[in-house]
Write a protein that binds this ligand. Structure first.
Ligand SMILES: [Zn+2]
Length: 459
């Protein structure tokens, strides 16, 4: 299947055409379309779908118990979702006597999602099912500073390639999710003054993709996507209050608050890299301030410190890295530390303490039950995470750390694309989006659905 085909033929799965005779259908509607649901029916439909989609409820009785909805309402909404092809009821193996047990399941293959996670130095693309399962994936080095036209042209090519090489991509294209390494105004999908993305400020990423693919498009920063990925499919599943910190070239945090991603009024929540952690006037950050966390503990800072040590003859292993490629990167420092190089270990521990002292303030302020540490530098040996833990527990208030867990990211390099797919699903199945597309049967061919999603147009 090529994406050109996806764009030109907004194919509906056959079940939409076959469905007839529903109590809600009237003779005046076009074939395939459904009657709009009354408001309260829509509320219950979204509640029931969320329960089934996230695997919290697998039967009508579980749904009734967990949602507080009456049994008759649950039964009606389940029937509606089955009829609309969003939920299936399947036998689940041998029963212990009597009728075989049947379980409700989200129909994750009703359509597919295309996602791209653009980093400072890489592009990751994937095609996924509607529950974030990766069906096809490709990653390659890229430079975000090449600008939006070059980078997004390449994403188009990679979308084509991944669709072509993936067997059995299900259904039509239901949505597109894009992650970028800088702040994004979520309502419009445009980067806002991104520091490491020259040429991207205000670029209409959503419009660019929705024109070609005729599908709803959402854009967010890479750290929020890391947080969503860990929350929906990774180590943060089941936690309602989580801070996910990404320590890569820069440093940022994604926040899950009260069971929702918290993006803030302008979408810049979690920009913790520019919190001041030292008052040394010689440490000047690229933002112009002094003593920022990122200027002391980010990947670029770690590489610079490693290079200085190599030049001054304080680390034989880093000297080898310097001689090999004329510079020292954060990855070189992490690798040297994993071989026990004392100077590299000391650099990582120092960076970990700076990250920990910032996190201690965040933990006191926000009281999460889990802190997840991800990003390139977080793949470093245990000393980095140990230094973070030690500092957070020493400097936070006892009540805030009593049940606090601090863990490494669990999804590795796939967290960004898994998170982007989760973002698309959460937006597609939000109440305001569903209200927009449920009558048509599915959201394929309806780019305007992105404008109906909850935080769109917040400004
Ligand atoms: Zn700064």
């Amino acid at each position: 299947m090529s994406s050109a085909k996806v764009a030109s033929i907004p194919a509906r799965p056959a079940y939409h055409r076959e469905v007839t005779g529903s109590a809600h259908t009237t003779a005046l509607e076009p074939a395939g379309a459904r009657a709009p649901l009354p408001e309260e029916a829509l509320d219950a439909l979204v509640t029931v779908l969320d329960e089934v989609r996230h695997g919290h409820s697998r039967s009508r009785s579980e749904l009734a118990a967990r949602t507080g909805l009456g049994r008759a309402i649950v039964a009606a909404r389940v029937a509606e979702l089955v009829e609309r092809g969003l939920v299936v009821e399947a036998d689940v193996g041998p029963s212990t006597g009597g009728r075989p047990p049947r379980q409700l399941a989200f129909r994750a293959d009703a359509g597919h999602v295309l996602v791209a996670d653009l980093g400072a130095t890489s592009i990751d693309v994937a095609v996924t099912s509607l529950d974030g399962r990766i069906l096809g994936h490709h990653d390659e080095p890229a430079r975000i500073e090449a600008g939006p036209e070059a980078c997004l042209d390449r994403v188009d090519q990679l979308f084509d390639a991944v669709l072509r090489t993936t067997q059995g991509v299900p259904g039509a294209l239901w949505g597109i999710g894009i992650g970028v390494p800088g702040p994004v105004e979520f309502g419009t999908g445009r980067p806002t003054s991104p520091p490491i993305m020259p040429g991207w400020d205000g670029y209409p990423i959503r419009e660019r993709f929705s024109e070609r693919y005729a599908a709803p498009v959402w854009v967010d920063n890479d750290v929020n996507l890391l947080a969503l990925g860990e929350w929906r499919s990774g180590v943060a599943a089941g936690h309602d209050n989580v801070v996910v910190i990404k320590v890569g070239t820069g440093i940022g945090a994604g926040i899950i608050s009260g069971g929702r991603i918290h993006r803030g009024a302008q979408g810049s929540a979690g920009d913790v890299g520019h919190i001041q952690v030292a008052d040394d006037p010689t440490i000047i950050c690229r933002c112009g301030n002094i003593g920022c966390l990122e200027a002391l503990a980010g990947g670029a800072a770690l590489g610079r410190a490693g290079e200085r040590a190599a030049r001054e003859g304080r680390s034989a292993r880093l000297r080898v890295a310097l001689d090999q490629h004329a510079t020292v990167t954060a990855e070189d420092v992490a690798r040297a530390a994993s071989f026990g190089d004392p100077l590299a270990v000391a650099l990582l521990q120092e960076a970990g303490r700076f990250v920990g002292s910032m996190l201690a303030s965040v933990v006191n302020f926000f009281n999460p039950s889990l802190v997840v540490v991800g990003g390139g530098v977080a793949n470093a040996p245990d000393q980095f995470l140990a230094a973070i833990r030690e500092t957070v527990y020493r400097r936070s208030l006892p009540l805030a750390t009593r049940d606090l867990l601090i863990q490494r990211s669990s999804l590795g390099g796939l967290a960004g694309v898994i998170g982007a797919s989760s973002m698309v699903a959460d937006q597609l199945f939000s109440r305001s989006s569903i209200a927009h597309w449920i009558t048509a049967g599915d959201p394929s061919g309806s780019p305007e659905v992105a404008l109906a999603s909850p935080t769109a147009g917040a400004r």
